[in-house]
Ligand binder design. Structure first.
Ligand SMILES: Cc1cc2nc3c(=O)[nH]c(=O)nc-3n(C[C@H](O)[C@H](O)[C@H](O)COP(=O)(O)OP(=O)(O)OC[C@H]3O[C@@H](n4cnc5c(N)ncnc54)[C@H](O)[C@@H]3O)c2cc1C
Length: 600
């Protein structure tokens, strides 16, 4: 059976030594009182909840899956899910970073994100029930009317009700401009909505009394394409003026998708038959309102793969220390045993270290970005809010795509460490691979994230956001470059920074000639920039480790020794893939488009 230990030590390292959250909180009046002890106590309790309540349901939930009663359209979640969710609500976890005006605890997002990492390690499919709600909460908080906010936010914030995002239809996922669901005004400020949605995560379940669907639909006079989409709030049960539940609304689960992974999250086909909803935000501006939710969800998806990378790594390490096979090529390392544990073999270590390096840098990136998000929302200085918002916008597609691609590589490596046993269900490793795969697809496929990064976030604003991030890297390189012990990290980082600048300019020029050049290079480009961000974070983490080890002298803390080894592994074995990625990004459009469609 798999195991999970919340990585509290590394979370604390990232929070308190790398980004020094509480120093940053001091500049934000709403968070100024949040101190190190408070943060650590929340993480410890959150870790216990994840490991002791949610994790034990991961395997059984995967085996059991969800069941739809076609007569009632109700979905039953696996045994224990409802009770665990009730504990989650009772513990106040849903409200952690919600607005106190709506019953929230008002804690920083960065703390909430750390809890989500642990919940995702424990059970990604279960975590999607509260996870989706959080996106709905954010979207309503930003765009809801005062009435909508007063009615729905306290319930979403407490977790008593959950939320969904209903974008996808059978004929459209990426291209939402094609969507057909219709909303007609009823003349009393409400709308009658008809249509069909598919693939709706947590779209129907038995864990709460009401589900708040945020649905994209078209008004009768709406312009065609993505400029004619509006957002509507459609509750499963109507809500009376006094807040009590009214009758059943016309939104029903017609089927559940049979999936490769996250089997215990109900992925619903929803039919809207004269469902009654209210408009969220402005008519025809639904995508903008939904983007609040989608951005929150994109960070959330990166956290899902981070969580899976961590838990897969922990289990692969335990197995590699235990499993005896063959002798080390250089001679026995455990002569008293029948064979050496497989952790002596270089390639097994490479697989483990790959997962570890991706988990630790991924954690640093998520925490760094979540702290920027707190600054974007809560910093008193407008200039800081804007620069933080720019950095969050730049890093969001990287978190979504780079972390989920890495999560796929890492979980697959960790399964490989188990040999044939990794492929057998009871070990739990193949579930991590299956669960990780969807993260590259939903919330906009990773290709779409790459187009967003190169096309919108970099080229469309003349590289402004990337240059701002580049300045941070350059400042660090200038400072750390003065130290002999940092050369091994700073030199490759500076070199990659230069190469990214040149590559961006070159791709920008090519895109002028033919916009399809962006599509030909974007996926490779995102991975290169992802590595630039990781190299920056790894170099900073290595510098802290070097400093601590110097202070500790003859009795070094193994945590920092391991951090330094992992940083060296990253620079030696993972970062160099940027050389081939830059080459393939530069190879351009011709090799992809030369062949006529008829020849495929
Ligand atoms: C388990 C699961 C849960 C989901 N949860 C939700 C949910 O809660 N709410 C919701 O609304 N949706 C949800 N989705 C839908 C998901 O977001 C979409 O499946 C995804 O965005 C892709 O859309 P699509 O499946 O229609 O693929 P398509 O849009 O048809 O894309 C097919 C392929 O073409 C590529 N492609 C498309 N356009 C371009 C382009 N311009 N350039 C390059 N390549 C392109 C895509 O990258 C992809 O590889 C879920 C899906 C699944 C499987």
């Amino acid at each position: 059976m798999p195991q999970y230990n919340p990585p509290l030590r590394d979370l604390q390292f990232v929070l308190h030594e790398l980004v020094q959250v509480t120093e940053t909180f001091k500049d934000m009046p709403v968070h100024a009182e949040v101190d190190v002890d408070t943060v650590n106590a929340i993480l410890e309790e959150g870790g216990k909840f994840a490991a002791q309540v949610v994790f034990p349901l991961n395997r059984s939930g995967d085996e059991e899956g969800c069941t739809l009663d076609k007569a009632t359209h109700e979905v039953r979640t696996p045994k224990g899910y409802k009770e665990a969710y009730a504990q989650y609500v009772a513990g106040g976890w849903a409200a952690l970073s919600c607005d106190p005006a709506y019953g929230g605890q008002g804690l920083p997002h960065v703390v909430n994100q750390c809890i989500y990492e642990m919940l995702n390690s424990a059970n990604q499919a279960w975590t999607m029930y509260p996870g989706l709600s959080h996106g709905a909460y954010e979207s309503l908080h930003a765009h809801g009317t005062p009435e909508q906010k007063a009615t729905y936010l306290p319930k979403l914030s407490s977790g008593e009700w959950t939320g969904t995002m209903c974008l996808t239809e059978p004929h459209c996922g990426t291209d939402l401009g094609l969507l057909r669901t219709k909303a007609e005004p009823l003349g009393d400020g409400t709308y009658k909505i008809n249509g069909a949605k598919i693939f709706i995560s947590a779209g129907e379940h038995d864990m709460v009394d009401n589900i708040i669907h945020l649905v994209l639909a078209r008004l009768p006079d709406a312009p065609s394409g993505s400029k004619g989409i509006s957002l509507f709030l459609v509750p499963k049960f109507h809500v009376n003026a006094d807040g009590s539940l009214g009758g059943r609304n016309g939104i029903f689960c017609a089927g559940l998708e049979h999936k490769m992974g996250i089997t215990s999250n109900a992925t619903a086909q929803l039919v809207l038959e004269d469902a009654v909803g209210t408009l969220v935000g402005q008519p025809n501006k639904g995508l903008a309102a939904m983007f609040v939710m989608m951005n929150a969800a994109r960070l959330g998806v990166g956290m899902q793969s981070l969580g899976l990378t961590e838990v897969a790594y922990q289990n692969a390490v335990a197995y590699a220390k235990d499993r005896l096979q063959m002798r080390a090529l250089s001679g026995p390392k455990a002569p008293e045993k029948a064979a050496d544990p497989i952790i002596v073999h270089p390639d097994v270590r490479k697989m483990l270290l790959t997962a570890r390096a991706y988990a630790e840098a991924g954690r640093a990136l998520c925490v760094h970005t979540a702290l920027m998000l707190d600054q974007e929302i809560s910093h008193p200085d407008e200039a800081v809010r804007q620069s933080s918002a720019d950095e969050v916008a730049l890093l969001t597609p990287i978190i979504k795509a780079f972390l989920t691609d890495n999560g796929w590589i890492a979980t697959s490596h960790c399964m490989q460490v188990f040999g044939g046993h990794g492929y057998i269900r009871e070990w739990g490793m193949e579930q991590y691979v299956r669960d990780a795969r969807i993260n590259m697809i939903y919330e906009g496929t990773n290709t779409i994230q790459s187009l967003d990064l190169l096309g919108r976030k970099v080229l469309a604003d003349n590289g402004k956001k990337l240059k701002a991030f580049g300045r941070k890297v350059a400042e660090f390189v200038e400072d750390a470059g003065l130290r002999d012990d940092m050369q091994e990290f700073v030199n490759p980082l500076a070199d990659l920074g230069d190469k990214v600048t040149k590559l961006t300019t070159e791709l920008g020029m090519k895109a002028f000639g033919n916009p399809d050049e962006v599509g030909a290079a974007a996926v490779d480009y995102l991975r290169v920039v992802g590595h630039l961000v990781f190299a920056y974070l790894w170099a900073r983490m290595a510098m802290i480790a070097l400093d601590r080890l110097k202070e500790q002298g003859a009795s070094p803390d193994p945590f920092y020794v391991a951090k330094l080894h992992t940083a060296r592994f990253y620079f030696a074995k993972l970062l160099p893939e940027t050389a081939s990625l830059i080459r393939t990004a530069r190879a351009g459009l011709a090799p992809l488009m030369a062949m006529d469609e008829s020849m495929f």
